[in-house]
Design a protein around this ligand. Structure first.
Ligand code: ZN
Length: 116
């Protein structure tokens, strides 16, 4: 299994998000479930990013996922690069519930560092 390089997993509920995740910073997150193997494994089903506010983005998600992992990014460009790497790394596991490649922030024209 590839690595996410994120903190967590934590329950995807507002109180848990507020307990750990900073406001007003770009960042990355993964949504998923826990597989009760030994050791326990977090299986990502979605990899996302926040361009400006990781805490708010997580709270505004419309997702049935029970668990998430997260990391802070220095800027939106780094969050984009990390999301692309996460997407390509975990696409190959077959667990991602994502039909399409992530899109860069509107108006940036940023290319995927992995496939473009
Ligand atoms: Zn790509």
């Amino acid at each position: 299994m590839p690595q996410l390089g994120m903190q967590g997993p934590m329950k995807l509920v507002p109180s848990e998000i507020d307990r750990a995740v900073p406001h007003k910073t770009p960042g990355n997150f993964a949504l998923g479930y826990i597989k009760e193997t030994v050791p326990r494994a977090f299986i990502p089903t979605f990899v996302g990013r926040a361009d400006s506010d990781l805490n708010r983005t997580l709270k505004e998600l419309d997702s049935d996922a029970e668990w998430f992992k997260w990391r802070v990014a220095r800027n939106a460009r780094e969050a984009w690069n990390v999301q692309c790497k996460n997407f390509h790394d975990f696409w190959e596991t077959g667990h991602l519930d994502m039909d399409e490649h992530p899109e860069p922030p509107k108006g940036t024209g940023w290319k995927c560092p992995v496939c473009e």
